[in-house]
Design a protein around this ligand. Structure first.
Ligand code: SAM
Length: 349
């Protein structure tokens, strides 16, 4: 079981430095590009109405192929893995797969990002398999609005999952809120109050222009600073020590007595590229060193024609070598109005 696995990552960790001296230690794995929701920041209006254009089964990496890449990456020094998608919990036999991940020596930190629709009934098994930390997407506290944002009337189901995660012992439990003007900007204070009442981290994420699928426009974008200004009306935002922070979020507590925290993730206004330690493996087997940069290395030809793991190691090193210094999204938007072409569901959000 993963949490009890005390073996340490091999000494090669130090070699996973990119050309800008960032230490790469975190792999995000997209299990599938399919999803049981149609969130408005992920799909176009046409897609929300009809079916999504999805990967063919043979284009998707098999679990065995994913495990092979993860084993190689962990042996090279990757110690942290996030399972995401699409919606990872809709993939068949996902619990067996996560159990196999949990048995990989040196992989001591497995996290999950989910919409929570299918989480509650799997919570104990996920925890037992070694997933210790979970992020839920929850863009509204109002069930009807949630249904409009996601295309599905299942807010209570998701909330039950969030309560279950806290009860089972996942720590931390985080809520991802994509901040969208005209959609949920009147709920920021309610979310902030929630972080006072419950031991959750509510994270406001700046809405990013992602691929042709996004309905992003400048008018809908709200900066973290603007959200913080709104929330500050409720009380003092006390910055948390770096040790309490995790990943790209700037973390605060709203008042001394708050049980939970507030995180602000600002990929556009205060990008965190200088500290980025991530590599991504898409559900189609592409290694990607930046969410917002379309360069990828296709691992499928290696995985499907060779048993030589040295080729996978070389591809991982190449992806790390190719990692851009910063995503330059602001510049791209200024120059051309262009966005990132990759779909969030395929890359893994
Ligand atoms: N299905 C899972 C879920 O809903 O959490 C995992 C995949 S989802 C793509 C992962 C995260 O990406 C979500 O928490 C969502 O907040 C974030 N996300 C997706 N599109 C985004 C966008 N255009 N801007 C900012 N965040 C986005």
């Amino acid at each position: 079981m993963n949490r009890e696995n005390t073996s340490t990552a091999p000494a090669s960790t130090a070699s996973l430095l990119d050309p800008f001296s960032r230490s790469i230690s975190y792999l995000r794995l997209s299990l599938t590009d399919r999803c049981n929701l149609r969130c408005l920041y992920c799909v176009t209006e046409e897609e929300a109405e009809g079916s999504l254009c999805k990967l063919q089964h043979e284009d998707l990496l098999s679990y065995e192929e994913m495990l092979r890449v993860v084993r190689v990456a962990v042996a090279m020094g990757i110690g942290k893995l996030r399972i995401t998608g699409g919606e990872p919990l809709i993939r068949r036999n996902v619990l067996d797969f996560i159990g196999a991940l949990g048995a990989i020596p040196g992989l001591n930190d497995i996290r999950l990002t989910t919409n929570g629709v299918l989480f509650a009934d799997k919570a104990e098994q996920l925890f037992a398999a070694g997933v210790g930390k979970v992020n839920f997407s929850l863009d509204s506290l109002e069930p009807e609005r949630f249904a409009r944002i996601t295309g599905k009337d299942c807010w209570h189901q998701v909330w039950r999952s969030i309560e279950k995660a806290m009860a089972v012992g996942f720590t931390p439990v985080k809520l991802n809120v994509v901040a969208m003007r005209g959609v949920n900007d009147d709920e920021f204070e309610d979310f902030a109050r929630l972080s006072q009442r419950l031991p959750l981290q509510v994270r406001f994420i700046e809405f990013m222009p992602m691929g042709a699928s996004s309905r992003w426009n400048r008018g809908m974008y709200i900066s973290s600073d603007a959200i913080m200004a709104t929330i500050s009306r409720l009380g003092e935002l006390i910055p948390m020590e770096r040790a309490h922070r995790d990943g790209p979020a700037r973390v605060y507590r709203l008042g001394e007595d708050a049980l939970g925290t507030l995180g602000f993730i600002s990929p556009i206004s205060h990008h965190f590229c200088d500290h980025c330690n991530r590599l991504r493996l898409t559900s189609a087997g592409a290694l990607r060193s930046c969410l917002l940069h379309d360069e990828e290395i296709d691992l499928r030809p290696i995985l499907r024609t060779s048993q030589d793991d040295a080729l996978i190691r070389a591809a991982i090193l190449q992806a790390i070598h190719n990692k851009p210094k910063g995503h330059q999204l602001e510049k791209r938007l200024r120059d051309s109005g262009g966005d990132c072409h990759g779909r969030m569901s395929r890359i893994g959000g």
